[in-house]
Design a protein around this ligand. Sequence first.
Ligand code: ACO
Length: 321
Amino acid sequence: MIKARIAGTGSYVPEKVVTNFDLEKFLDTSDEWIVSRTGIHQRHVAAADENASDLATQASRKALEMAGVAPEELDLIVVGTVTGEFTFPSSGCMIQKKLGARKAFAFDVSAACSGFIFALSNAVNYHRLGGVKRSLVIGSEVMTRTVDWKDRNTCVLFGDGAGAVVLVSEEGERGILSTHLHSDGNFSELLYQPGLGASPTEPPQDHFVKMQGNEVFKVAVKALSDVALEALEANGLRKEDLKMIFPHQANKRILDAIGKRLDLGPEKVFSNVDQVANTSAASIPIALDHAHRGGKIQPGDLILLNAFGGGLTWGAALVRW
Ligand code: ACO
């Protein structure tokens, strides 16, 4: 059967770094609190003239170069993002323009922190149907523009960045084995950001991220673990077969808890949340690129990508690298 194989990865984080100590200067928080509750030490923040499509374009160029695919050869661009510079046109269209990917059709997927996995699943299905042979799947966010920098409950958690993968259609063992997506709108109030289309209220509503962190934490650990097992079972594979998993990088404590539930040692649960914080839809492709370029995954390895985010949404992709 034709599979979509990841032929290239790329990532980009903005130059500006904001450490926990920087936050201490204007917020009632501390490095000690943030590190012990989240594992985060620093986050990258986009420059004033950088938008999500700019970060994505940088990450995409690296992924395309690794894959040996020219932008004009792309059939499809799918972007997981909730922080595009326009409601429309989509970030996908802006990235298509910046890359010069003339032939590709492009669109965005809105699934908050699960955006990359939902985008990947979309692309995989186009590959399976046969009309798409080369695609670019991106997660890109400027979450630091969506938080209230006076709200210590949320602003310490997020960072900006982008990650991308190039998929090529191929016969054989390697590639994306399956994807598994879930949503439950009943939990929408745990994590949300009011949009431009919200009905007017008095006083007018702000557009900052709102989160019930404790509740999100509990649901996240269960959903991320369950969907990992679902993906393995669907392919007749076991936890022991996994080389490494790449969960959404929201919080080190969530990563540790998933490792425990799945009986995977810390060396099998990739983490870079200490350096980049929660970059929403960008977190998995950034993590994947860091691991890949760092030599942590080799052809033939079985890896799992699993995400969780506002919606609520969650999902996984099982990949034979
Ligand atoms: N610095 C210092 N104190 C803080 C801070 C801060 N930055 N933030 C909150 N506190 C205080 C709270 O005000 C509270 O004080 P109180 O007891 O006097 O009221 C106390 O710390 C404890 O607050 P909790 O919310 O109970 O702290 P908790 O241990 O749950 O940690 C956290 C909070 C880190 C947000 C945790 O719940 C978490 O990580 N949840 C998951 C959130 C997440 O991952 N969201 C994103 C996933 S989906 C997506 O990525 C969009």
